[in-house]
Design a protein around this ligand. Structure first.
Ligand code: MG
Length: 369
């Protein structure tokens, strides 16, 4: 692959509804859209899932722009890439900065698949033509708001429901959901809001037959999660703690987790995501694809990775219309009865909507070879 130029765009999109977790409330989404063009003018696309604030992880839109501009893009423009798997090796000596790396690597993957005239799902070794998705419901003002959102999500066919929890909004809300919906596939996500001091409190969740509790303890912890898992029946799923297949190897060895949430951006790209998938598969550990309030470009990447065989649990990739008045891809991502039909067109299978992208772009910069 001969990369001719890289184009970064800083976009801002308003969310249809505020999204609240234990980390805070998001009303809009700042992100970087990465476009990588070859000498024939063909482009690949991906987005960075870093937020404006360093609350989920330490990366931000600004740190991503800096790392891409000053370190990653010069490396890409100096090399001829034979296969997208080479990109993570090229970036390996730069520590951390997973979301920045993943955005550029993802655009290379899309460009590669378009050059080969195959879908990104096929390029990754995916086998599914349809994927099941669930709904993630943020913290609401009242329990009734949660129940009505669940009711709507179930009516729309979403295959599992996830509710966000935090201290003061956990046991009672889960009990209220279980009372009205005794048998739906249900899970909770704490986004690192607890410590081991909350062990007895968290153990009360065991009575609700949850699919899992996601990341209850610190964002960088493996040890305490192992302790908690040994004393809770509910499977723990790690999100924030996992950046690599190496992290997963350690988590498995320690007994910190029974399920992994794979986010492409959090683990540095699609190549590492595949490695994590393969390692989990070898240990009979299910995985699923998490969400970062992505635009359609990021959602398309999530759909492609979810076609791998061991993504056996429904992911967070809901329809564009759940988050955006108008998405930046054509067609928009649609969900039919909890199912997304994986596009078989070349690359990510969705085309950028130029009018919408230009409307939302705050800043643009072109880096030429
Ligand atoms: Mg999570």
């Amino acid at each position: 692959m001969k990369i001719k130029q890289v184009i970064l765009r800083h976009l801002k999109m308003d969310l249809l509804h505020p999204f609240t977790t234990s980390l805070g409330t998001e009303t809009d989404r700042d992100f970087i859209l990465a476009e990588i063009q070859n000498e024939d003018g063909l482009s690949g696309w991906a987005e960075s899932v870093a937020c404006a604030d360093p609350f989920y992880k330490e990366e931000t839109v600004k740190t991503n722009w800096h790392i891409m501009e000053d370190f990653l893009i010069p490396l890409l423009l100096q090399q001829d890439i034979k296969h997208p798997d080479d990109v993570s090796d090229l970036f390996a000596h730069i520590r951390g900065n997973y979301m920045a790396k993943a955005a550029l690597e993802g655009a290379v993957w899309d460009l590669y698949a378009r050059e080969q005239d195959i879908s990104l799902a096929t390029a990754l070794g995916g086998i599914k033509t349809q994927i099941e998705v669930g709904l993630s419901i943020g913290i609401q003002d009242t329990a009734d708001d949660v129940l009505r959102k669940i009711e709507l999500g179930l009516h729309e066919g979403y295959k599992r429901i996830k509710i966000k929890i935090k201290p003061g909004w956990d046991i009672d809300i889960t009990r209220a959901v279980r009372k009205e919906f005794p048998s739906i596939p249900l899970m909770v996500d704490a986004n690192s809001a607890y410590t081991l001091d909350d062990l007895d409190h968290l153990s009360q969740l065991d009575e609700f037959n949850l699919m899992m509790i996601e990341q209850p303890l610190a964002h960088d912890d493996l040890i305490d999660h192992a302790d908690l898992q040994s004393r809770m029946h509910t499977p723990i799923c790690l999100d924030e703690s996992i950046h690599s297949a190496e992290d997963v190897r350690k988590a498995i060895k320690l007994g910190s987790t029974k399920i992994i949430n794979i986010k492409i951006g959090r683990v540095g790209g699609l190549t590492e995501a595949k490695k994590i998938h393969d390692l989990c598969q070898a240990h009979n550990m299910p995985v699923w694809c998490g969400g970062m309030l992505e635009s359609g470009i990021g959602r398309a990447h999530n759909i492609a990775i979810t076609t791998l065989a061991n993504f056996t649990l429904p992911g967070d990739t809901a329809a564009s219309s759940k988050y955006w008045l108008k998405d930046i891809v054509q067609p928009e991502i649609t969900v039919d009865n909890g199912i997304i039909n994986v596009p078989d067109k070349a690359g990510i299978g969705y085309e950028p909507d130029w009018e919408q992208i230009n409307l939302l772009t705050l800043e643009k910069k072109v880096y030429v070879r």
